[in-house]
Design a protein. Structure first.
Length: 347
């Protein structure tokens, strides 16, 4: 029989005078817990349940106690697993819970991030191996390997409930490898793209990009809102299958109007199409390029600090709007600093 309950979990006794208005009583449960017992034999059941829980991204908070962030989907998934356990003679209970002492909610979040970070690290290792073996006569094999990495990355991202930072590294590695596989485009360099259509006069448009913005998308959105289209609005969508509405402009995503071209990152493409020769923006473009493409093309002194700040912003903020706001403040500061250096050098 499957038991479903709602509880608050704590490793410390609750004070006798703490009633319904006690600490955290009004706050909603954050987790769905599966508490189960499986007989040692047959061995296959334990293996099967373990694999099912791993596929869902559940983490073990105690022996035979697994947690998922509370949602209708998580409850349904764990109910099916609990039914499998009981149908094969085991015992299973589900509960909705908060942790208010001992093992904290924040500690459980960190367990989820650590689990996904391990997954991303393994995938990054594979991506580096594929990149190291890139060669013209192995193009088809490399494309197949990268497609598999992309597929695995999507699988991990689905169960990356709290935004482990390793995803950013894998995306960057895959992007760099894909760029190397693209045929070269006819261009004279990142600063000479006069054949590209101009962005002068673009106003009040909706700009669309992929969810989970990182360095190139943060910087590109900042460039758009600060200089190109000061009344722009932004929309963050899933990477695959999005159909743009009339008048929307996409950037740094598949089939976008503005995305990587040859060895240019999206920020560089936008800067070229806008037609700016501002040296301060060019210095920012160099940093964005090196962080996004990881090819150490420009190697500016500021890039190390820029990388640390971008990483910290993405770790601190899960929502794309918050990432853009924080990143914009940082880029404003870099821009002002570079402008000041430029003015002083003229004196």
């Amino acid at each position: 029989m499957i038991k479903v309950s709602q509880t608050r979990a704590s490793s410390r006794p609750r004070p006798a005078d703490a009633g319904a208005a006690g600490v955290g009583a009004s706050e909603p449960a954050r987790w769905i817990l599966l508490i189960h017992t499986i007989a040692p034999r047959p061995h296959y059941l334990r293996v099967k349940i373990g694999r099912r829980l791993q596929k869902l991204g559940a983490v073990a908070v105690k022996n035979s106690v697994y947690a998922l962030p509370r949602s209708d989907g998580a409850r349904e998934d764990l109910e099916w697993i609990a039914r499998e356990i009981t149908d094969d003679g085991g015992e299973a209970s589900l509960c909705e819970s908060r942790f208010i002492g001992g093992l904290t909610d924040d500690a459980i979040e960190q367990q989820f991030r650590a689990a996904r970070q391990t997954d991303y690290a393994a995938l990054a290792k594979l991506a580096r191996r594929v990149t190291a073996r890139l060669a013209p006569n192995r193009r088809a094999r490399a494309e197949t390997a990268l497609a598999r990495i992309r597929g695995r990355l999507d699988e991990i991202a689905i169960i990356d409930y709290f935004g482990a930072p390793g995803r950013l590294e894998v995306e960057s590695l895959v992007r760099a490898a894909e760029d190397k596989l693209r045929p070269p485009v006819a261009a004279t360099g990142p600063r000479a793209a006069s054949d590209l259509p101009s962005l002068r006069g673009v106003r009040r448009r909706t700009w669309v990009t992929r969810k989970g913005i990182h360095v190139d998308r943060i910087a590109s959105a900042w460039l758009i809102r600060r200089f190109i289209d000061t009344e722009a609005t932004f929309k963050y969508v899933e990477a695959k299958g999005y159909v743009p509405a009339p008048g929307e402009l996409r950037f740094d995503m598949f089939d976008a109007e503005f995305t990587h071209e040859g060895d240019l990152c999206t920020f560089e493409v936008l800067l070229a199409r806008w037609g700016s020769a501002d040296p301060a923006l060019r210095r920012i473009a160099d940093m964005v390029h090196d962080v996004d493409l990881r090819d150490a093309k420009f190697e500016r002194d500021e890039t190390t600090g820029f990388t640390a700040l971008i990483t910290g912003i993405c770790l601190e903020h899960r929502e794309d709007g918050a990432r853009l706001d924080a990143g914009s403040g940082m880029l404003d500061a870099f821009y002002q600093t570079f402008r000041t250096f430029q003015q002083r050098s003229r004196k």
